[in-house]
Design a protein around this ligand. Structure first.
Ligand SMILES: [Zn+2]
Length: 274
């Protein structure tokens, strides 16, 4: 597309005369060309990686999205601005949706080029590896105490992606159950709740004895221990939600339905994997 066509398309966006998905009318083919150009360009420029979770994108346009860093509905004036565009996997794009990414919580008055104005890792203004990394069990986690890293994990729903990846380590018969337990383990904040889901995962890892599953459980147990040290006032056992009677073994069942039986609070820890 020519520079003039790019100018034209931006002007029309400011006038709200067209939408990102416009495919008919006078400008339909122009918009279609622009969308294709954006996807081709950033697919290569980002080395075939999602700008948020770094997952490898497949070489077919239907498998990933053009990403509007500032939401296109809230900021139509930047809908066709290259500085506000990237490519993202469908999961990150859908989770991020129209959530605010302003670090001040205020509406942007311009398309800021300052990294600190954005609460998440910005595809053009930040170095991914300064804020996010893969840990020893393959999860995407924030680097050290990176606030941007933490917010990106939260806004892009990476607990879900991490859970899917870790569930691969469990027996096929229990993958779906493990995935749910892993996702909730990462989403809940309360240490007591985390312990409940850790117990379920421990049981699954023990039942089939997959070394990968045991390694995952070891890492999660270490996470809980670190959290406990960081919050010494937190109870060392599961907290009971108000209004619920405890189970016979004194351990509150999770709100999610699992077929597995919960481990009692005094069950011995898993033996180290061989
Ligand atoms: Zn992604």
């Amino acid at each position: 597309m020519s520079t003039e066509q790019h100018r034209e398309i931006k002007r029309l966006a400011v006038d709200k005369a067209l939408h990102w998905s416009t495919s008919t009318g006078d400008h339909g083919s122009l918009i279609g060309k622009f969308r294709a150009e954006v996807k081709n360009h950033y697919y290569l420029w980002q080395r075939r990686r999602c700008c948020y979770c770094s997952v490898e994108l497949q070489n077919h346009k239907i498998t990933f999205d053009a990403e509007h860093i500032l939401d296109k509905a809230e900021y139509p004036e930047y809908m066709f601005d290259e500085g506000n565009l990237a490519v993202a996997c469908k999961l990150c794009n859908q989770y991020k949706s129209n959530k605010s990414i302003s670090s001040t919580g205020l509406r942007f008055s311009e398309l800021s080029k300052k990294s600190h104005d954005y609460s998440i890792v910005h595809p053009h203004l930040d170095e991914w590896s300064e804020h996010l990394q893969f840990d020893v069990i393959g999860r995407i986690v924030p680097v050290a105490e990176s606030t941007k890293g933490k917010t990106t994990v939260s806004i892009c729903g990476m607990a879900s992606l991490n859970a899917t990846r870790l569930a691969d380590q469990f027996a096929i018969e229990e993958t779906a159950e493990a995935e749910t337990a892993l996702r909730v383990f990462h989403e809940v904040v309360d240490i007591g709740r985390k312990r409940e889901f850790l117990s379920l995962l421990e049981e699954m890892a023990q039942r089939y004895g997959h070394p990968g599953a045991r390694a995952v459980v070891e890492a999660l147990r270490s996470d809980v221990q670190h959290l406990q040290l960081a919050q010494p006032s937190a109870p060392a056992v599961a907290m009971l939600p108000a209004g619920n009677e405890p189970h016979a073994n004194g351990h509150e069942p999770p709100q999610y339905e699992f077929q597995s039986q919960l481990l009692g609070p005094n069950e011995p820890p898993l033996a180290s994997s061989a």
